[in-house]
Structures are given as structure tokens and as C-alpha cells.
Design a protein around this ligand. Structure first.
Ligand code: NAD
Length: 343
């Protein structure tokens, strides 16, 4: 019998790609999402890709009673918890929204898991916990730096809540996945990143500029101490990232030796500057991206890229999609959105 995984935030960007990979690896999935940053038609599009319709419950993770009904209705073996508010800038304006949504959602799940005998939790963390690391590439042992935003702080606090809960004797096991910069879209162009309003992340902004929705892309700073002066990030293809969740879920459900809490960096191990990213996009797609150099943006980390060795060895996972294929997938998604009359 197939094992069933609860995916919170499963109609969102990373969640939807992970649902596809879970289904293609033989798991049943139930999605919980309140659709605050996604659309219900994502469920249809997942079904078009995999031929299997995931169960979908429009539920807010803050609503304890409604979440408990889902636990009672389905026999859940493991949880992947994506649901969160994620806009760094907005979190500075509305810190309480972020603290409530991101922290209470997790607490609700942690309270329900032992009662319903759910064994494993995978939590979406972020490389923001490292701030500007002292050493690059950054390993999981690097110190956690004071968070630059309420959003980043919720990731740090949530990691601590998970550690404390398990240390207190909760029978669950957890894997914390620290993502670097997820980009791209499913090769079918049926699911991808569709931010509300002005995109906060570079790639949707870039593709929206390339297709003419935005006038030009601002490169925030060209005078940083990097080879071309722009900031450097580790861009990871969202489908590769999604596959890491399947490896982590297999490990949590099958491996009796695993530590109660394990932490993995999920990145490519390669840093790419913002100017290099634009250049590679133009070469890979043949489409120009109007851009200008703007001043530095407060709070930006100069450079960060992952040491993914631990995930490579322990999870048996590697991000192996080329940046060119990744950028073409993002462009394909943007073009398909236009064809579907969405953007
Ligand atoms: P997303 O906004 O596309 O997906 C999050 C989903 O959660 C959305 O569908 C939203 O409707 C849902 N949601 C939010 N609050 C909810 C609630 N209270 N109840 C039910 N559903 C709720 O974001 P994403 O990019 O897919 O990110 C997924 C996770 O990964 C988040 O936890 C995010 O913080 C983390 N993360 C993302 C990035 C990134 O750059 N995208 C980087 C590091 C970590």
C-alpha cells in the first residue's frame, strides 16, 4: 500500500513540484493550502503532469481544528511543511503576520503529529539562517547569524522549536532542509512560480521583464567585492530541489539509524552573480533582458553558495540540471502563462 504524505503549502511554488516528485516516486499525497499565495488550478495541473489527482484540502494551518480533521481523515505517514509567508520585505512591515503564520502553523503540526502517530517531518528552512557566512562554500556547521528580517527569524525560531520539541521526548524525527535560491519551473510549463504582485525574487522579475510586463530589471549594486561587483547566489533548479524532498522522506520513513533532527544544505555548490545570471538567461533563451544598475539594497548578503556534500552523501541526492536548462524552463513557464492569458 502506498504511503501517504501531507504536504502543507502544496499548491505553492516548491510544494507543487514536490507533490509531482512524490507521486512519481510512489507516494500518495494530501495537500493542505489556504491559497493565500497560490491557486486551486495547480491541483489540476499536477494531475495533468502525473495522471494522479492529489487530495486537496483548502485549510489554513493556523486553524488547529481544521488541520486536526485532515489528520483524522487520512492516515498520514510523513509531513513536508512548506506553508509559510515568505516575502522578506513584507515581513519587515508586518512582523506579527509572519511570526503568527510561520510559527503557529508549525506548532499546530508538532502538537498533532504524536497524537496521530505521524513519524516524520521535513521542514523548509533557508540559507538565510547563515547570514553572510565567514567561509564559503557554507556547510551545515556554519554558525547561525542574527536574522536580518522577521521572515529569516521565523526560520531560525522554527528550527529551534523543532529541536526543543524533539529534545523534550516527542517521538518524531525531523529533517531541516536549508534551501539556497530555488528557480525554474516544471519542464511541462504547467507549474512554476507565480508571485502575487511585483515579484520579490529575481527570476520571476527577470522573466516578467523579458516578456515586457516590467520595464527593466534593477541590479542592486555593482560595487560589491565580487569579480563583477554584483551579488552572488547559488541558484538551484526547483525540480532538483523537489527531488531532494523525496530522498529526505525516504530516509525519514525507512532509515532507523537517522538522528532525531538532521540538517541539509540544498544547493548546487556553484555561485553565480546577478550579472552572470542575466547573461546566461540571454544566451540560453536568445531573449534580451533590459536591465540597469541600481544602488545597493539594504540587508542584501554579498555572496553565498552551498557546500552540498552532506546532502550528496547522506541523501544520495545531487542538483545536476544545468543553469541553461533551468533558465529555459523559467522562460517556457513565462511564455505559457502568456499563452494561457494569465500574465
Ligand atoms: P509559496 O508562497 O509559493 O508557497 C507557500 C504556500 O503556502 C502557498 O501556496 C500559500 O498559499 C501557502 N500558505 C501560506 N500560509 C499558509 C497557511 N497558514 N495555511 C495553509 N497554507 C498556507 O512559497 P515557496 O517559494 O514554494 O516556499 C515554500 C517554503 O520554502 C516556504 O516555507 C518558504 O519560506 C521556504 N523557502 C523558500 C525559498 C524561495 O526562495 N522560494 C527559499 C528558502 C525557503
Amino acid at each position: 500500500m502506498k504511503k501517504r504524505i501531507l504536504v502543507t503549502g502544496g499548491t505553492g511554488f516548491i510544494g507543487s513540484h514536490t507533490v509531482v516528485e512524490l507521486q512519481e516516486s510512489g507516494y500518495d499525497v494530501v495537500i493542505i493550502d489556504n491559497l493565500s499565495n497560490s491557486n486551486a488550478d495547480t491541483v489540476d495541473n499536477i494531475e495533468k503532469i502525473t495522471g494522479i489527482r492529489p487530495d486537496f484540502e483548502q485549510v489554513d494551518c493556523l486553524d488547529f481544528a481544521a488541520v486536526e480533521k485532515v489528520f483524522a481523515k487520512y492516515k498520514i505517514e510523513g509531513i513536508i511543511h512548506f506553508a509559510a509567508s515568505k516575502a522578506v520585505g513584507e515581513s519587515v512591515q508586518k512582523p506579527l503576520k509572519y511570526y503568527r503564520n510561520n510559527i503557529v502553523s508549525l506548532i499546530n503540526l508538532l502538537e498533532l503529529m504524536p497524537k496521530y502517530n505521524v513519524k516524520g517531518l521535513i521542514f523548509s528552512s533557508s540559507c538565510t539562517v547563515y547570514g553572510q557566512p565567514d567561509k564559503l562554500p557554507v556547510t551545515e556547521e556554519a554558525p547561525i547569524k542574527k536574522a536580518e528580517s522577521p521572515y529569516g527569524n521565523t526560520k531560525q525560531i522554527n528550527e529551534e522549536i523543532i529541536h526543543d520539541t524533539i529534545a523534550s521526548g516527542s517521538p518524531i524525527k525531523a529533517i531541516l532542509l536549508r534551501y539556497f535560491n530555488p528557480i525554474g519551473a516544471h519542464p511541462t510549463g504547467l507549474i512554476g512560480e507565480l508571485p502575487n504582485g511585483v515579484p520579490q525574487n529575481i527570476l520571476p522579475y527577470l522573466t516578467q521583464t523579458a516578456i515586457g510586463i516590467r520595464k527593466e530589471l534593477s541590479v542592486f549594486g555593482d560595487d560589491y567585492p565580487t569579480p563583477d561587483g554584483s551579488c552572488i547566489r547559488d541558484y538551484i533548479y526547483v525540480v532538483d530541489l523537489a527531488k531532494a524532498h523525496v530522498c529526505a522522506m525516504n530516509r525519514i520513513l525507512d532509515n532507523k539509524q537517522l538522528e532525531p533532527v538532521e540538517v541539509f544544505n540544498l544547493g548546487t555548490g556553484q555561485g553565480l552573480s546577478v550579472l552572470e545570471l542575466i547573461n546566461k538567461f540571454e544566451t540560453a533563451t536568445g531573449v534580451k533582458v533590459p536591465h540597469k544598475i541600481a544602488g545597493r539594497r539594504a540587508g542584501d548578503i554579498v555572496q553565498v553558495w552551498a557546500d552540498p556534500t552532506k546532502a550528496n552523501k547522506v541523501l544520495g541526492w545531487k542538483a545536476d540540471t544545468t543553469i541553461e536548462d533551468t533558465l529555459r524552463s523559467a522562460w517556457n513557464w513565462q511564455v505559457k502563462l502568456r499563452e494561457r492569458g494569465i500574465q
